[in-house]
Design a binder for this molecule. Structure first.
Ligand SMILES: Nc1ncnc2c1ncn2[C@@H]1O[C@H](COP(=O)(O)OP(=O)(O)OP(=O)(O)O)[C@@H](O)[C@H]1O
Ligand SMILES: [Mg+2]
Length: 228
């Protein structure tokens, strides 16, 4: 379980103090699917980074399975458990997509993590319309294609905890639905904790709990009936 208690985050700039998160309290149980919804600047990415141990809270606490993790413990936890898709897609620019997949598999194998079966990877590649691009370099893809590929690359390491920061932000309606179908399939086959941030109400259908962030405050946790 991931537990956040009275968590706040301030960024202290030279002439300014930005309160990015204010009094955040919630729990994420193993296998739960959480959607973070909120306007631009409301604190979604900051909250995700704190949950992953990539950013520190100014006050309050975060515990994972009852433990406060040190920097090193967080790093190990991320290596073993996590799949994270950043808002900024980073892919090795000098590798063909097919070789990026090979590299990702071999890295995860070395760390002792299970990898997604090759047939499943292939299925997701076809579903997301990327099979034509396996002999292409990342710079030959559109932003939306990169976003779709990045998700597959993350799923290769079979994460137990999947954190997605606006995974459909660059996608049109159809591509977005296909991406949601891939995430759903992965969630059905694996017992995964999902935390995603989004502006896209459709993707919230795969979540059990919605956390609405407004100016750094957690406002509501109910799933709007229209999104169910
Ligand atoms: N490293 C930083 N230094 C200073 N301020 C920051 C930093 N990171 C975020 N902020 C500020 O914290 C607030 C929340 O930012 P955050 O990136 O978490 O928002 P967001 O909800 O993810 O927005 P978006 O939907 O645009 O991605 C913003 O006011 C932002 O300017
Ligand atoms: Mg963000």
């Amino acid at each position: 379980m991931i537990k956040l208690d009275k968590l706040t985050k301030e960024f202290n700039l030279e002439n300014d103090k930005i309160k990015a998160l204010r009094d955040i309290n919630f729990r994420i149980k193993k296998g739960e699917k959480i959607g973070l919804l909120g306007d631009s600047g409301s604190g979604k990415t900051t909250l995700l980074k704190i949950i992953m141990g990539l950013e520190y809270a100014s006050s309050g606490s975060i515990t994972i399975d009852g433990e406060k993790l040190s920097r090193d413990e967080f790093a190990d936890w991320r290596l073993q458990e996590l799949g994270f898709q950043s808002q900024h897609i980073l892919l090795y620019p000098h590798l063909l997509l097919k070789n990026l997949i090979k590299l990702t598999r071999s890295i995860f194998n070395k760390t002792g993590r299970d990898c997604l079966e090759e047939t499943k990877i292939r299925e997701y590649i076809i579903l997301l319309g990327l099979d034509k691009y396996l002999n292409h370099y990342p710079h030959e893809l559109s932003i939306g294609q990169k976003q779709r590929f990045a998700l597959i690359n993350i799923l290769i390491g079979k994460p137990n905890i999947l954190i997605l920061d606006e995974p459909t932000s660059a996608l049109d309606y159809t591509s977005s639905n296909k991406l949601i179908a891939v995430i759903k399939d992965y969630l059905t086959l694996n017992n995964v904790t999902l935390i995603l941030s989004t502006h896209d109400h459709r993707i919230l259908k795969i979540c059990d709990q919605i956390i609405l962030l407004n100016n750094g405050r957690c406002e509501r946790k109910e799933l709007p009936i229209s999104s169910k």
